[in-house]
Ligand binder design. Sequence first.
Ligand code: ZN
Length: 77
Amino acid sequence: MRDWRSGPQYDHRTLADLAGAGYRVRVVCTFCRHFSQLSPSHLRHLQPARYAWRTISPRLRCSVCGKKQVEVTAQAP
Ligand SMILES: [Zn+2]
């Protein structure tokens, strides 16, 4: 059974944590479904270092349609 505390709202890792573990951040536009994989280390300048990595999503904009409605997921190495 999945622990209820393992939900995304309890993921307190930072972008630096993901970068150090070799993760990639997959960003999907919920409007046009364009997606890209970004390096966490390249996103780190967009938010304070102590923030949970997922809070980056409102700061990202789709490069195709320009909407700011994206979903982010962490991809294990
Ligand atoms: Zn888009």
